[in-house]
Design a protein around this ligand. Structure first.
Ligand code: SF4
Length: 445
């Protein structure tokens, strides 16, 4: 979502004459768009700011001017503290106010005032963002993000998002569809719909009444040029029948779903304030597979949540065995200041967390390697989205989000091509182009 927000900031700033530069030292403005999810997020931002301070000082020495801004969730959480600890920073603003960038820049320029804007405004920022996309967004080589929902009311006890991104908000359907059409016209073949709780999308429909995500996906699938649709990140308890049916009925919806389980222990899930049990998750996985038999499921797991016992951890490994994830992100629990879980007394010792994480990752890796190997010989539709390291090579994404390397002409960048998979490696695939027809088949072929 920060990638999307950064692109939208570029859209907002383009009419003021700002464009992207390759070297930070050459910039008239540097915006650090920060994420609060990672561990010690604030300290990392202050350390980055140390480097930015030197760039600003060097620019001023030659008579230039540089505006320094901190945006995003660390800005939201730290607020005025950033201006106190890093007085050379000109602007601090949270994820919900960047549509006000033109006035902030004007204030910073006009009076040299420090700008602090960490409101959760009543006006949705999307109403104020420009209709036109700046060249920054057009450069996405065939894939684009589109935020349809923001914020979260779930308050999982380990998570800062409800405090930094604010309450759940869904954009109206018309604005989302218009943006998807613009992205398709700019060359986006794949659109990933974003939201912290994207599957709880309930945007106002054109004829009144709220639309769910399944209906929105079907609408976007009707846009010329859009060949692939994904959505992330989903909350298991919010998967409704309409969305599951979309996996059956909408061929452009990719057969891959990131659906974070977090744990396989009901006791831990309860302590996390998740609203599903391990069996709920198993049933959900079955329903999704009935709707789309070739779907690949991915998850996030937190190991070493406060109070997690060996038996709890064994339940998580059991869930992994039962569901058969094709990919997972796994993390050691680490406390986030201000969240309820950080205050739980029964924190797990680091060596225990390390051991559990290694076991869990090995289990996931075995499965991921087997899945990649099973892809060998298959013909897949791959969206080439970047140049490879070797000359003449491009890298793309399979329907299952695997990185795929292949020799391909530069003209294939930003297009979907059919590839035969020739090797399944630990973290990627290798393939060769099949004929020259663009792939329009159902996802995984
Ligand atoms: S549902 Fe996701 S974003 Fe919301 S509190 Fe839980 S982990 Fe955080």
């Amino acid at each position: 979502m920060n990638v999307y927000d950064s692109a939208r900031m570029a859209d907002v700033l383009a009419p003021l004459g700002y464009g992207l530069v390759d070297e930070a030292a050459a910039a008239d403005m540097i915006i650090l768009n920060t994420c609060h999810i990672r561990e010690k997020a604030a300290e990392k931002v202050y350390s980055d700011l140390g480097r930015v301070r030197q760039l600003k000082a060097a620019k001023e020495k030659t008579g230039g001017r540089m505006i320094v801004a901190v945006a995003g969730c660390v800005a939201q959480a730290e607020g005025a503290e950033i201006l106190a600890r890093a007085p050379f920073v000109d602007m601090v603003f949270g994820p919900q106010t960047y549509h006000r960038l033109p006035e902030m820049v004007a204030r910073a320029h006009r009076s040299g005032d420090k700008v602090l804007d960490t409101d959760f405004p009543t006006e949705p920022k999307f109403d104020f963002l420009p209709g036109q996309a700046s060249p920054a967004r057009a450069a996405g080589a065939g894939a684009a993000f589109l935020t349809v929902q923001e914020g979260c009311d779930k308050f999982c006890t380990f998570c800062v998002v409800p405090y930094t991104r604010g309450a759940e908000y869904s954009r109206p359907v018309a604005g989302v569809v218009a943006e998807a059409e613009r992205l398709a016209a700019l060359g986006a073949r794949e659109i990933t719909l974003l939201g912290q709780n994207v599957n709880n999308y309930h945007g106002d429909g054109p004829g009144g009444g709220a639309w769910g995500l399944g209906r929105l996906i079907a609408e976007i699938a009707g846009i010329d040029g859009v060949e692939r649709i994904r959505y992330t990140t989903s909350y298991p308890a919010d998967m409704d029948d309409e969305l599951i049916a979309a996996h059956r009925d909408v061929a452009k919806l990719m057969p891959f779903l990131h659906l974070p389980a977090q744990s396989g222990s009901d006791r831990v899930l309860k302590a996390m304030n998740r609203r599903h049990t391990a069996d709920d998750y198993r049933r959900l996985a079955e329903r999704l597979r009935r709707a789309r038999p070739d779907i690949g499921l991915a998850s996030d797991f937190i190991v070493g949540f406060p109070g997690e016992t060996e038996a709890d951890f064994a339940d998580t490994l059991g869930l992994i065995d039962d569901v058969g994830f094709v990919q997972a992100y796994s993390f050691k629990y680490s406390p986030r200041p201000g969240t309820p879980a950080a205050a739980i007394a029964d924190q797990i010792a680091d060596p225990v967390k390390d051991e559990r994480l290694a076991l869990l990752q090995e289990k996931i890796n075995v499965r991921q390697r087997a899945f990649n190997r099973d892809c060998v010989g298959r013909v897949m539709a791959v969206l080439f989205d970047r140049a490879g390291r070797a000359p003449g090579q491009l890298v793309g994404r399979s329907p299952y989000m695997q990185a795929v390397h292949a020799d391909a002409p530069a003209t294939a960048l930003g297009t979907i091509r059919r590839l035969r998979v020739t090797a399944g490696l630990a973290n990627s695939l290798a393939g060769e182009l099949v004929a020259d027809a663009a792939a329009g088949e159902r996802g995984s072929a």
